[in-house]
Design a protein around this ligand. Sequence first.
Ligand SMILES: Nc1ncnc2c1ncn2[C@@H]1O[C@H](COP(=O)(O)OP(=O)(O)OP(=O)(O)O)[C@@H](O)[C@H]1O
Ligand SMILES: [Mg+2]
Length: 448
Amino acid sequence: MKPRLTELRLTEFKTFSEATLPLGRMTTLIGRNSSGKSNALDGLEVLSRLATGADLVDALDSRRGDEGPLRGGVEGCPPHGMDRFRLGCTILANAFDGDHDYLRLDVTIQVRPEPEIISESLVGVSEKRHAARKSVNRTTRELFRTTDARPGSGTVDATWHSGRRGRTPEASFQSTRLLTSQLPLRLGDTKAEWQVADAAQDALKTLRGVFHLDPVPHLMRQYVPSRDIRLRRTAENLSAVVDHLAKHDPERFRQLISHVRGLVEHEVTGIEIIRSQLDDVMLALREDGAITPAREMSDGLLRFAAIATSLLREGQDLDLGARGMEGDRRSPTLVIEELENGLHPSQASQILGLVKQATQEDASQVIFTTHSPALLSALEPEDHRHVVVCSRDRETGLSHLRQLPEMDGYPSLMAQGDLGTVVTSGLLEQASARPRDFTEFDRLMGIS
Ligand SMILES: Nc1ncnc2c1ncn2[C@@H]1O[C@H](COP(=O)(O)OP(=O)(O)OP(=O)(O)O)[C@@H](O)[C@H]1O
Ligand SMILES: [Mg+2]
């Protein structure tokens, strides 16, 4: 099993307090507008940006680079009225100590007067399964943790597991960068310290592999240099990526053509690449004897082509920007907001099929949000375990996350129809007169 994220902890972040987002290979995040879905994904983005080891302000606020600042910047991270935020994640990292081992990274950042880290820890969790007793024995080991923060000093003290009896190492770290990223340079050379360094690298690499794909159709309608083959977040260089796919991965190129053909009503016979004299390229469709360049293609089709390409490539050749470090050959975590955006409802199962194909054998992990009943209907019952419903408490304003099958009334609701139908047809409303617990489900799903 390759390392991947299994949990995001939104301990104190934007609309969240002590919330946990469980992550499977494919995670679907649903809920009403402004319920906190993007806030949760912002939390993951924060950890991913910090995993580069960049200065906090540069990582979260900088207008440099193609990523731009995080939504709301560093000041927007703490819940309103607070001056600090706290995030964490769990990573399935079997490289560590045994077969089923996890790493837990948690960090608290104070944003005023200057952003700095005031606490951080990295914990290793080992699991031993007893088949006969059907139990799991879990042991935790603190690999690294801050001991003393002196806000304003620019430094923070920390200690780590060295394997030496009676001697606890301690050192000062810069408080403006993720301490875990500074760790490998500080450690000594005992076996235990090597393991701590490996664990830190595993956690950082996994986090750096988070890729928020946000295709912008109008940016895809231009010529791009053919060597620009790493897909950018906006998919503006899709034409070059598809050109590369056509040359080096004919099987997946064929699959892309077949998916595009399935999307549109008219006859598409192929995908062509138009090349300028300067070797700039533009994607084109061969349709009804004519050639339609990307410049003339529809928004939905371009967006679909970008998502399909990234999924078919299983996240290979993504432009991770500052996060794409030498030697990082990890399964990426693709984050796609409103997966169905611009797609006709009839295409729901096609795009879902692509997501599932991409997540097979841990090739990549996909987290997406959706408002589409058609997409929800296309989910299989076994996918529901990783459908997370995000809702916002009217009184406290706090966001809550719940796995769909754990919601009250779930079994009887599903007996009445698939998820999309249940959400749109008002079945829940009709049912609410009988079992007491459907009203709450209706409210959370935005029906009442
Ligand atoms: N720092 C913060 N503290 C408290 N609340 C915040 C903070 N930042 C954002 N919010 C709240 O979160 C809301 C935005 O939530 P979010 O963007 O996660 O919604 P969403 O579920 O993605 O909705 P949509 O489906 O419309 O995209 C804001 O309207 C605001 O009410
Ligand atoms: Mg959103």
